[in-house]
Design a protein around this ligand. Structure first.
Ligand code: KIV
Length: 265
């Protein structure tokens, strides 16, 4: 298969729905490539899924570069999009350029993602004009958890109008795709119809041009955490605990290692 580019993703709008998953290391990236997932997002959800934080706020550029580089080493064809973490792009356009360049040069990703609406248009324009493809992200933006909580956004006429304007401003600034997170499905449908770039939904209903989910959520690795929008496609967490329990029983019972797992001479 040929390397997926932002151009390929844009061209999928209206032709084929786009399935995006997060990954944080080479091993998972390898499996997602095997499943022909076209876009891998190295989300700053790495903070909650891998690093034990309660939000994405503490995630650093160093965390993102390290996990992005691992994902990039694990796959060839998917488009790898890496999140700019909290306060790595909000301070100035220059800061957004510098840190995006680090994700591309040191992490090896193909594109960056940043959160926020029209207020990010200048940064998105500067990045795209300087050769860095940008995926935008509006609606329930987890880096703003302290300001907006983890509530569905865009409810009510005024809030919906603002999100539609945000989406248009980000498209005009050059974003090649836009994540719509935690918004009512009818609003996501309207935004999707109004844009020429693909919308990638998470908790935004079926009418988006694609969907993104956090890998830990679909694999049942998140324990009791089970958001309404995240369908579990496997129970890997339970399988890991069961395998570890069986291993422990065999070690303590003197059953493992048997001859088949030993060097006998
Ligand atoms: O960090 C992340 O995984 C994300 C997705 C949930 C869209 O931003």
């Amino acid at each position: 298969m040929k390397k997926i580019t932002p151009h390929v993703i844009r061209a999928m709008k209206g032709v084929e729905k786009i399935a995006v998953l997060t990954a944080y290391d080479a091993q998972m990236a390898h499996f997602l490539e095997e499943a022909e997932i076209p876009v891998i997002l190295v989300g700053d959800s790495v903070g909650t899924t891998q690093l034990g934080y309660s939000s994405t706020i503490p995630v650093t550029m160093e965390d993102m570069i390290s996990h992005t580089a691992s994902v990039v080493r694990g796959c060839k064809t998917p488009l790898v999009v890496a999140d700019l973490p909290f306060m790595s792009y909000q301070i100035s356009t220059e800061q957004a350029l510098r840190n995006s360049a680090r994700l591309i040069q040191e992490g090896g990703c193909d594109a960056v993602k940043l959160e926020g609406g029209a207020i990010r248009a200048d940064a998105v324009r500067a990045l795209t004009e300087n050769g860095i493809p940008v995926c935008a992200h509006i609606g329930l933006t987890p880096q703003s958890v302290k300001a907006i909580g983890l509530r569905v956004q865009g409810r009510g006429e005024e809030a919906a109008r603002r999100l539609r304007e945000d989406a248009k401003a980000l498209e005009a600034a050059g974003a090649f795709a836009i994540v719509l997170e935690g918004i009512p499905a009818p609003l996501a449908k309207e935004i999707t119809a109004e844009l020429a770039i693909p919308t990638i939904g998470i908790g935004a209903g079926v009418h988006c041009d694609g969907q993104v989910l956090v890998i830990s959520d679909i694999l049942g690795l998140g324990g009791a955490y089970n958001p309404k929008f995240a369908k579990r496609y496997a129970e890997i967490g339970a399988a890991i605990a069961e395998a570890a329990r069986t291993y422990k029983a065999e070690v303590t019972g003197g059953v493992f290692p048997d001859d088949a797992h030993s060097y006998l001479e």
